[in-house]
Ligand binder design. Structure first.
Ligand code: TRP
Length: 340
């Protein structure tokens, strides 16, 4: 029986942080353990270039960083195929074919793209590039090249999967039933907030704890986290519901600890400094195995490269098969006899 193909990926624009961990990485770890699934993870360097075209070093460097993060958290290359997007030429070809099936107006209406364009005025000025506006088409190619059925992503990616589904339907209605229509699988854990209370954790916001952060960095960041602003002295009554330290205790501490912490805080019997130290310790311990595994791969980048190379070779074979079907359906299958 054919396995269900799972496809997801990340833009290599920075190292991964605990927001990624609770958001999508945990789901990926669970999925790779299921017999019925065949998971693929792409490192989307071509997509990263759509808004980092003037910074190729950054994208290049982060391909290895992100791959190292995957291995550190336990993505197992024997179960999950990890590959580099730019090394699959079929994806670029499909992007061109699909670009006939989507209008500019539809791309401009995509809520995710719309928000991103508004945020990236300093890169794009008044007029966005053709490449960036079209990245949902490229993402549709990523997914369909592998006949991805399930796409585990965060909420912000849902409009992109919806747009992919539309492209698939349009393609199939014109050229015949060739492409597989994917479904988004939203991760059960919600997006986690930054240490500063911002709704989003992100590199540009400077409020993230990275999987690769050292013990000292973690402690320093936790000590700077935002607590209940109404609480100035230790014996002021605190409100853990509006405290980022309490919010993170909920992710990293035991149930018993959390109960005691919240009660003592509400009664003004617990200082924020002690509370932060305890949180830092718990985060450090939780991330220890990841950090240690990461350190190992950092010392052996050749292992990471080998895994990427093998994953990419495997992925190339899959994309090639899809492309044969697509070209046949589109009547672009010239000279097939001679090739045999
Ligand atoms: N757009 C995704 C992100 O920014 C990355 C990505 C590229 C992706 N291609 C994909 C995700 C295909 C899922 C499927 O996180």
């Amino acid at each position: 029986m054919r396995k269900i193909r799972i496809l997801t990926g990340d833009r290599p624009t920075g190292r991964l942080h605990i927001g990624h961990y609770f958001g999508s990485l945990k789901t990926r770890l669970e999925m790779q353990e299921k017999e019925e699934y065949e998971p693929y993870i792409l490192i989307a360097d071509v997509q990263a270039l759509t808004d980092n075209f003037n910074n190729p070093e950054k994208v290049r460097k982060n391909v290895l960083e992100v791959a190292t993060d995957y291995l550190a958290i336990g993505i197992d290359p024997n179960k999950t195929t990890i590959y580099i997007q730019s090394m699959i030429p079929e994806v670029a070809e499909l992007t061109v074919f699909y670009s006939n099936l989507v209008t500019i107006a539809r791309l401009k209406r995509n809520p995710t793209v719309k928000t991103e364009i508004a945020q990236k005025k300093e890169i794009f000025g008044e007029s966005v590039t053709y490449g960036f506006l079209g990245y949902p088409v490229n993402q549709a190619a990523d997914i369909t090249a592998f006949e991805g059925e399930l796409v585990p992503v965060g909420e912000d990616q849902e409009p992109l999967i919806e747009q992919c589904r539309e492209i698939v339907r349009k393609f199939n209605s014109i050229y015949g039933n060739v492409l597989v229509e994917p479904k988004a699988v939203l991760s059960s854990t919600k997006r986690i907030k930054g240490l500063d209370g911002n709704e989003k954790m992100g590199k540009s916001l400077g409020n993230a704890i990275y999987l690769s952060d050292s013990e000292d960095e973690i402690t320093r960041k936790v000590m700077g986290a935002v607590t209940d602003p109404g609480r100035i002295k230790k014996d002021d009554l605190g409100n853990p519901d509006i405290c980022m330290v309490a919010y993170y205790h909920n992710l990293f501490s035991t149930k018993n600890e959390i109960e005691t912490i919240c009660q003592e805080c509400r009664e003004g019997r617990r200082g924020c400094v002690a509370c932060k130290k305890q949180l830092a310790k718990n985060i450090i311990e939780t991330l220890r195995p990841i950090r240690e595994k990461r350190a190992y791969y950092e010392e052996h980048p050749e292992l990471v490269e080998q895994i990427l190379l093998e994953g990419t070779k495997k992925a190339q074979l899959v994309a090639r098969e899809t492309m044969k079907k697509v070209k046949k359906a589109m009547q672009l299958d010239y000279f097939e006899e001679e090739k045999k």
